[in-house]
Design a protein around this ligand. Structure first.
Ligand SMILES: [Ca+2]
Ligand SMILES: [Ca+2]
Length: 170
């Protein structure tokens, strides 16, 4: 091979390496962008903490002053167009979840409580079967053990429909 050709081949190799490097750089940037979007979506996926002046939250605090609210999230969980409230709270070292439902006549229905994860709790509302009552997914941890379960209000009770490792984190 003469020197001219060698030089051309050399230039092409360098160009390929530069292009490849640039591609890696942009791929990485794209990846970071996606991660950022996922983090932004996190806020949208998980139900936010109810406002301090939420009427049901105030009712709960007045009725159960000994219960420390960890997470309270508003949603209509009884499919009657009236907003209800799921409250995860701590009382005597026990972490529980309870549903308080608006009866529509300035009274509230209080469901029996069930065990809740002790740390890093999240509530996500999603009508999984796209029918009637909205389902809710509760996740959490206990000493690093992660669990979750899907629930629905049935006959005034929080019913566990499906779950995994929930007993390890409650
Ligand atoms: Ca309701
Ligand atoms: Ca449903």
């Amino acid at each position: 091979m003469d020197k001219k050709i060698l030089k051309k081949v050399g230039i092409i190799i360098v160009a390929v390496i530069v292009a490849f490097g640039a591609k890696l750089y942009f791929d990485k940037k794209e990846e970071l962008k996606k991660e950022e979007q996922a983090l932004g979506n996190r806020e949208k996926i998980f139900a936010p903490m109810a406002a301090e002046d939420n009427a049901i939250l105030q009712y709960f605090k007045e009725k159960f002053p000994e219960r420390k609210v960890i997470l309270a999230c508003e949603e209509d969980i009884t499919d009657d167009q009236l907003k209800d409230l799921l409250v995860i709270y701590k009382e005597n070292d026990l972490t529980r979840i309870i549903a308080i439902c608006d009866n529509g006549d300035e009274t509230y229905y209080i469901s029996p409580e069930i065990p809740a994860p002790v740390e890093n709790q999240t509530i996500r509302y999603k009508n999984i079967d796209k029918e009637a009552e909205i389902e809710f997914i509760i996740t959490g941890e206990k000493k690093g053990a992660v669990g979750y379960a899907i629930y629905r209000m049935i006959d005034g009770e929080i019913k566990d429909l499906f779950g995994e490792n929930m007993e390890d984190c409650c």
